[in-house]
Design a protein around this ligand. Sequence first.
Ligand SMILES: Nc1ncnc2c1ncn2[C@@H]1O[C@H](COP(=O)(O)OP(=O)(O)O)[C@@H](O)[C@H]1O
Ligand SMILES: Nc1ccn([C@@H]2O[C@H](COP(=O)(O)OP(=O)(O)O)[C@@H](O)[C@H]2O)c(=O)n1
Ligand SMILES: [Mg+2]
Length: 205
Amino acid sequence: MGTAGDSEKKPTVVFVLGGPGSGKGTQCANIVEHFGYTHLSAGDLLRAEIKSGSENGTMIQNMIKEGKIVPSEVTIKLLQKAMQDSGNDKFLIDGFPRNEENRAAFEAVTKIEPAFVLFFDCPEEEMERRILSRNQGREDDNIETIRKRFKVFLESSLPVVEYYESKGKVQKVDAAKPIDEVFEVVKAIFTPKDEKVKQHCCAIL
Ligand SMILES: Nc1ncnc2c1ncn2[C@@H]1O[C@H](COP(=O)(O)OP(=O)(O)O)[C@@H](O)[C@H]1O
Ligand SMILES: Nc1ccn([C@@H]2O[C@H](COP(=O)(O)OP(=O)(O)O)[C@@H](O)[C@H]2O)c(=O)n1
Ligand SMILES: [Mg+2]
């Protein structure tokens, strides 16, 4: 029962990374529908924690407003609880790890290595356009905070992507294309290899 050395199988985790507005949440919803994963957005979990009136709420709210990254201890606890509550064993972890501290702590605490990292690559101007027309009433979707989030993304989050790149674990997707075109590429990444062979055979028959 969760003790070291037992035979309990570790869950499958895919980290979904990309700049603010690159389409992580949008594509995760599509992946859930087609491939039976549970979608856990670190940002959504932090926003729910603020709403719940938790003692960390004010701290989290201030950090999000400034585009800063919340200490991993807080975020990892929320992720672990959501994983347990889901009853599933396949997870898309969206917007996490966002810095080296997030990454190292998650690995140390959960002992889980991601199966791979899905990275949405999108130019900043396009991400800015998308966030400014997102209309989700988010306190951090204003131009001042957006600029700060872009800076944090370049300085702290991209190095995490590079770390996984050096381990050969990154599946990079051109996220500047329309939603359905991005999903075609994403779908191919999640489709098991034997299925792809089958589809290819059917296509040429
Ligand atoms: N490929 C795309 N092309 C145009 N708009 C998109 C695309 N993907 C997402 N969007 C829109 O851009 C906004 C940001 O997408 P979202 O999934 O919330 O990104 P993220 O979670 O990476 O911040 C949303 O309003 C969404 O509908
Ligand atoms: N791992 C994470 C993820 C998000 N966050 C905070 O939550 C904010 C919003 O994250 P998000 O993933 O919902 O944002 P988008 O990339 O979806 O636009 C970030 O700018 C951070 O302030 C965090 O502190 N740590
Ligand atoms: Mg999101």
